[in-house]
Design a protein around this ligand. Structure first.
Ligand SMILES: [Zn+2]
Length: 258
C-alpha cells in the first residue's frame, strides 16, 4: 500500500456538489497527501476552491472555464482571473480546466475554440501551466497551437487515453500526460500502451473526482487518494515498483506546480 504522503492528484473537482456530504472527511484525508490540484469547471467554483485552498495546505487550485461552460460572456469573466483572482493567492497554480470537447454539440466548436485560445493566452502571459480537456478534437488542438504561435506549452492533458502518436506530439509540445482511474479498467488497451510509452518524467496521475472511477470503485465516486490504484496499475505495466513511480510522479507534480 502506498502511503498517502506519496500520492498526488493533479485533477480533482472537489467543488463538485456531488461531494458535498463527504467533503469534510475528503479534505481531511487530502491534507495528508503529497498534493492535490483542485480544478474549476465553471465560474461558480472559483470562490469555493479559493476557500478550500486556504483551509488545506496540500491543496492548490486551477482556475478556468471548462469547454462545456464556454459562453459569449466567458471572455469577460477571464478578465476577472487576469486582474483579481491570480493576484489574490499564490496557490492558484494553473489555468484549468480548459479545452475542446467535440463530443458535445453545444457550446459550438467555434465558441469553444475562442474560449480555449483566450485561456491559453492567459496562461502563457502568467507563465502558468494549463489543465487540458481534449475529446475528439486533437487535430483542431494542434492547429490552434500553431495559430497561437506556440513553440511549447506547459501543462498536462487530463485523463489521457489517446494513441501513441498523439502522445508523442503532446510530449514534443512540452506537455505532461495525466492518467486516471480508467487505466485500471481491463479494456483500457490504448491508455495502457501510452502509459508504458510515456517517459517517466512526463507522467502525472489524477482522479477527475468524483468522475472516472477506477475499476475497483466503479460504483462509487472517485476520490483523490484512489490515484494509488492508477499508480499500482501503471507500475505493473512498466515493470517497476509502485513506490518508485509514485516518488517520480510526486517530483513531476512539484516541478510543474511549484
Ligand atoms: Zn475534469
Amino acid at each position: 500500500m502506498l502511503p498517502d504522503a506519496l500520492l498526488t492528484d493533479c485533477h480533482a473537482h472537489l467543488a463538485d456538489g456531488r461531494l458535498a456530504d463527504c467533503l469534510p472527511q475528503v479534505l481531511q484525508r487530502c491534507a495528508g497527501m503529497g498534493g492535490v490540484v483542485v480544478n474549476a469547471a465553471q465560474m461558480a467554483d472559483w470562490e469555493t476552491i479559493g476557500k478550500m485552498m486556504e483551509d488545506v495546505p496540500t491543496l492548490q487550485g486551477a482556475v478556468g472555464i471548462h469547454p462545456w461552460y464556454a459562453a459569449e460572456e466567458t471572455l469577460k469573466y477571464l478578465q476577472v482571473i487576469d486582474n483579481q483572482i491570480l493576484a489574490k493567492s499564490e496557490k492558484w497554480v494553473a489555468i484549468g480546466e480548459i479545452g475542446l470537447d467535440f463530443v458535445v454539440e453545444t457550446p459550438s466548436r467555434k465558441l469553444q475554440m475562442e474560449v480555449m485560445a483566450a485561456q491559453v493566452r492567459l496562461a502563457v502571459r502568467h507563465s502558468l501551466p494549463v489543465c487540458l480537456h481534449i475529446r475528439k478534437a486533437w487535430s483542431t488542438f494542434f492547429d490552434l497551437f500553431k495559430t497561437l504561435g506556440l513553440a511549447s506549452l506547459k501543462g498536462y492533458c487530463h485523463n489521457f487515453t489517446g494513441s501513441r502518436e498523439t502522445a508523442r506530439r503532446l510530449l514534443d509540445a512540452g506537455l505532461h500526460l495525466s492518467f486516471g482511474g480508467q487505466l485500471t479498467w481491463p479494456e483500457a488497451r490504448r491508455a495502457r500502451e501510452a502509459a508504458v510509452y510515456v517517459p517517466a518524467d512526463s507522467i502525472l496521475v489524477e482522479t477527475d473526482c468524483p468522475d472516472l472511477p477506477s475499476f475497483s470503485h466503479k460504483v462509487e465516486p472517485s476520490l483523490p487518494w484512489h490515484v494509488a490504484e492508477t499508480l499500482e496499475c501503471m507500475a505493473e505495466l512498466r515493470h517497476m515498483k509502485a513506490e518508485t513511480l509514485a516518488q517520480q510522479v510526486l517530483q513531476n507534480f512539484q516541478g510543474l506546480f511549484g
